[in-house]
Design a protein around this ligand. Structure first.
Ligand code: G6P
Length: 356
């Protein structure tokens, strides 16, 4: 596979751009010509259907992908789902349900914290499935089942296409267990088209990064529901490579403490793709603006208002996290470039963390 940067200055930008192709590759792998699901054996779905609760275990960006995936398993498959940070679960295992099923999410398949949990879980005799980008890795070999995430080689330390791929594959897996209520294959084709529509707008995000984040030492991403989950990933992207201290927040929690950090010019990025809470989120944007924040709203088409910084194309609302994260990836990229830092190799970080 292609591990050459080609004409790209950094792998991260190349990998951001590859997300449309990744979405198409995933759809081609998991659906046949007639639109029927393929590639997920009955052994996996039968075991999952027997479970009374799913436990998603992961670290970093993969953990954030799990927070989105939870929604698909609960809403479509109707199985209660918990998402856990591997390094916590490994040493403080929560009380488990009677018939748990474990899903390990990992780009590398080698994260030591996740491996520790898999070891513990196996000793207890529980079934486990690994969704990994690197197949034939420790986590895929040692779990009972494994499915490929199919993002292709990801070289930049900051994960981008592996996140969107993990979200997509979780959606597909959940759709094998319960009906999403729409044609997922057709919608994935739309998602791929709209990813490109967003990555074509690089100049817009460059400008946002260079103005809103200029000389700023801290920033916020806020959202509600699925946008709150994306806000965590968006904040991680920005802070891990640009070193701008960024918090991702469930917008309703701001008023319970964090809003005191808002000063004149503090950048607050709001992700607004979920209809039910759009009005409330608009209120929160107004509240931080009234306290001096520089608000940058990224809203889906039907929810947008004058003055928003970017209008996201619209796909099924539950799939909007796949689109909403892309502006954040590009803003992080350009903010880092603007600071003359090495986008692909942020200080103190490793692509794969094989120590606990
Ligand atoms: C490292 C990487 C992150 C990644 C995390 C989990 O910290 O820098 O990008 O999200 O590990 O890795 P995994 O390979 O298990 O997804």
């Amino acid at each position: 596979e292609d591990t050459d940067k080609g004409a790209y200055p950094y792998y991260m930008l190349k990998e951001i751009d590859e997300q449309a192709v990744v979405a198409r590759n995933i759809a081609a792998h998991y659906f046949d010509e007639e639109g029927q699901l393929q590639g997920i054996g009955c052994a996996i779905t039968d075991k999952m259907k027997e479970a009374d609760r799913l436990y998603i275990v992961a670290a970093g960006t993969s953990y954030h992908a799990g927070l989105v995936g939870k929604r698909y398993f609960e809403q479509w498959a109707k199985i209660p789902t918990e998402v856990h940070i591997a390094s916590e679960f490994a040493y403080d295992q929560p009380m488990l349900s009677a018939k748990p099923f474990f899903i390990f999410l990992s780009q590398s398949g080698e994260t030591a914290d996740s491996r520790e949990v898999l070891d513990n879980v196996k000793k207890q005799g529980f079934p486990a499935l690994t969704l990994a980008n690197v197949m034939n890795s420790t986590l895929t070999r040692e779990a009972d089942f494994a499915l490929p995430v199919l993002a292709g080689p990801e070289i930049a330390v900051a994960s981008t296409k592996a996140y969107t791929a993990q979200v997509l594959v979780q959606a597909i897996l959940a759709s094998a267990l319960g009906n999403p209520g729409f044609d997922l294959k057709a919608e994935l084709a739309k998602v791929a088209v709209e990813i490109s529509a967003i990555t074509d707008e690089k100049e817009t995000f460059k400008k946002i990064a260079e103005t809103a984040l200029k000389d700023q030492k801290s920033a916020f991403y806020i959202g509600r529901g699925l946008d709150a989950a994306v806000a965590l990933e968006a904040a991680l992207k920005l802070k891990e490579i640009s070193y701008v201290q960024t918090e991702g927040f469930a917008a309703g929690e701001l008023k319970h403490g964090t809003i005191s950090l808002i000063e004149d010019g503090t950048p607050v990025f709001a992700l607004l793709t979920q209809k039910k809470t759009a009005g409330l989120l608009r209120g929160e944007v107004a509240q931080v603006a009234a306290r001096g924040a520089n608000t940058v709203v990224i809203a889906s088409k039907s929810l947008t208002k004058d003055g928003d910084a970017f209008v996201l194309p619209e796909v099924e609302e539950l799939l909007m996290p796949i689109l909403a994260v892309i502006p954040a990836q590009l803003i992080a990229y350009y903010a880092t470039l603007d600071r003359h830092l090495d986008v692909d190799r942020p200080r103190n970080l490793a692509k794969s963390v094989t120590v606990q």
